[in-house]
Design a protein around this ligand. Sequence first.
Ligand SMILES: [Fe+2]
Ligand SMILES: [Fe+2]
Length: 237
Amino acid sequence: MSETDFVVKTIAEFDSQPEEYRTAVKKIIQSHAVNELYGAQVFDEPAIQLAPNAYAKWLTCRVAMEEYGHHVRFKELGKEIGIAESAMSPEEKKPLSIFEFDLNNWAEFVVIKMFADLAEILQVEDLWNCTFHPLRNLARMTMPEERFHVDFGHEFAAELVKTEEGKAALQKAVDEYFPKLPAFFGRPKSKNNEMFRKWGIKSRRNEDMAADYMKRARETADKFGLTLPDVSLPQAA
Ligand SMILES: [Fe+2]
Ligand SMILES: [Fe+2]
């Protein structure tokens, strides 16, 4: 929208918006609901078993609890705006490819939190001024928890790099997992992204977010003396 004062404050107001607006908002909420759940199922909950000690298990439980919580909150909002509950499950809608990774050890989970949750922070930041206020508010509520997940990754990475073995495990996990992440931002010139920006739901282009992400991910890697593998950024379709 070119009018900067366009906002949709309530569900009732939402219901009277043009179909394209409703479709765009629904797409984002459905995607978050599905992927928060699937991530909790395949990464966060199984990681509790991989955590090396009681302290790490405690914090991993908290991360898993929060990721399931994100799913629950997005699903509640999704139901309020008319998305079928079944459409917000990984059985019905295919989760993102960033979850196609066999989690086998603690270092891998630490890398996932450091880098995949950083990507999630960028996505949540992009909803910060979203024209649909219930979604904007949900993003703002979610943000401190996503920050905690990234900090969690940093805290345990700092532990791991203290030993040669730990650092090697971390680097191996980065080499294997990191190449999956740029795809998270979608392709340049994406029609969906154009629609989200047209309606002020999201604010940045996919390619700008991916470039910003790479910059921030490099800062993280540098902090721990890790090397990011060469990755190809998503290309226009
Ligand atoms: Fe989350
Ligand atoms: Fe997270």
